[in-house]
Every structure is written in C-alpha cells, then in structure tokens.
Ligand binder design. Sequence first.
Ligand code: PB1
Ligand code: ZN
Length: 329
Amino acid sequence: GDISSQLHGGYSHPLARSWQAERQLTKSMLIFPLFVSDQPEEETLIPSLPNQYRRGLNRLVPYLAPLVAKGLRSVILFGVPIAPGAKDALGTAADDPEGPVIQAIRVLRRAFPDLFITADVCLCEYTSHGHCGILRDDGSLNNALSVDRISDVAMAYADAGAHCVAPSDMNDGRIRAIKLKLIEAGIAHQVVLMSYAAKFSGCLYGPFRDAAGSCPSFGDRRCYQLPPGGRGLARRAIVRDINEGADIIMVKPASQYLDIISDAKELGKDLPVAAYQVSGEFAMIHAAAKAGVFDLKQMAFEATEGILRAGATIVVSYFTPEFLDWLDN
Ligand SMILES: NCC[C@H](CC(=O)O)[C@@H](CN)CCC(=O)O
Ligand SMILES: [Zn+2]
C-alpha cells in the first residue's frame, strides 16, 4: 500500500512501543490507601479487599518501612474508629486529636520525613448514619453545616501535619470553604488541596465500606455523589472545584470513567489530574485473575496504564505495594 498506510514499523521494537505512551507509570505517581484503626495493635485482614489490612497506630511504621525503602512516596489515610460509641450524628471523632488519622499523621511525619501524607476528609467513617455530612431531619444533607464541619476536619488534619487534604464528601462548596480556612489560618501556602471533584455513586465501593465501616445506615449517596451518566455534571463539578481553589482534581472510580479523566485533563490542563482505582475495581481484577481470566500483574498494568492514557498522572492504587516491586524489574 502507499507509504502513509504503513504503521507497523513505528512500533516494531519493545522500546519503540513504550515510546508510544505519553505517560509512563512511575512509583512517584502512586498514592497508597491505608486504613488506620483506633485500636493501636490491630492488624486485621479485610476479606473483600485482597491483601489490605486495617492497622492500628503501632503497626503502621513496621509495615510501611520496607515499602518506603522500595520507593513508596505517598499514602492517603482513612480513619476507622471501631471503638464502641465512637460514632455520632456530627462525626465528632473525625477530628478527635487522639483519633486514628491525626495520630497517624504525626507518627508518619516523624518516622518518614519524605513520605507525602494525604488525609482523606469525610464524615462517613465517623457518623452514626454513615453519610458524608450532617443531615437535616428529613435525611437530606445540610449543606451549610456539612461544609463547615468538613472544612474544620480538613483544618485539623492540616494542623496535624498532613501535606495534603482530600475531601471525598462531595458536598457543594467544600473546596472553597477549605481553601478560605487554610488562607485565614496562614497555612494555605503549605497544604495541597486535592479535590475528589468527580466522584460517582455506583456499586464499586463495597469493599472499602467493609474496611472502613462506612456504609450509609439508610438510603444511599445518590444525592451527593454524581450519577454515573452525568458527564456534563462532572465537567461542571470539575470547573467549579478548579475555580474554588483545588490544586489537584481527582476522578473516582477510574476505569469505568476514563472519559471523565480525559475531560478533567481537558478542563484542568494546567493542573495534575488524579484518579482513584477504587476497591471494587481492585477486587474485580483480583477476582478475575483468580478465576483465570488474565494474569494479575498484566491486568494491573493494563488498567493503570489506561488510567494514565486518559490523562491522570496520579493514581490512588491498592496495587501500590506490588508496583513498588514490579516497577523495579
Ligand atoms: N467518603 C466516601 C468514601 C468512598 C466510598 C463511599 O462512597 O462510601 C471512597 C473513599 N474515598 C471509596 C474508595 C474505594 O472504594 O476504594
Ligand atoms: Zn464519605
């Protein structure tokens, strides 16, 4: 055929094939989620989330030290208060100075000075009703009270030393509220604000909710997480959060929402875009590999490289420990 129809030569060698990718997965792109329990000695496997554990404060440093030595650069912390009576309608335990997240921030900052510590900011792990905010009597979210509470919790984590706060609540206006409080406190210059800007309601969070005990006690999150079909709504939420001061835009889940990641990169071309490969995606890959559908490592790479191809340069991934080994050889 004519010259322009010949493409095979351009990817005829493994290195030439790798050159076709705009973005290559590196260890520094990975953020590793950690479930921190309020029981200091706990180390409990989470059955629905392969190889993931709920760990108490005293178990974190021994677990992370070898990972940091292998090149772990960043973690995101999720507090799991399992002490009886820890939960109430306001999620009071979320910013308890003796609570799991604030204590873990302090311990990890001391133990691993170079580790980038992100604190997830939400109330669902701490509220008796399991929703990501404060409710009205009719069960709907009270936006003003929720935004004020979420931004207070973000400030508590920033004050404790978190390098980054990442509100995963999806209340309207929480990015602006957090940014304003950071500015008022004079620390806006030293805290990264990562917004879960386009976070969709769906069926992919089950294993996380098992791990974090964060299932809503009634109803669902459809009135505040985005409807899976809402591409325009996601674009509007992304633009809104960029304008409210987000430093990083996150899309979640990832593989079922690659178009949204691509939109986020188009709308936020001057910001880093993150994507969260959520618990359901992770568990699905493990289950399929166990069922013999494909090789686990190959699929972990294929799914993650697809997330990068869509435009993400930061990936929240439960595969992080494996990638620290896989990316070395
Ligand atoms: N704050 C919401 C937590 C939310 C799950 C949920 O909607 O319950 C995600 C954590 N940010 C789940 C993450 C995951 O499934 O891995
Ligand atoms: Zn939540």
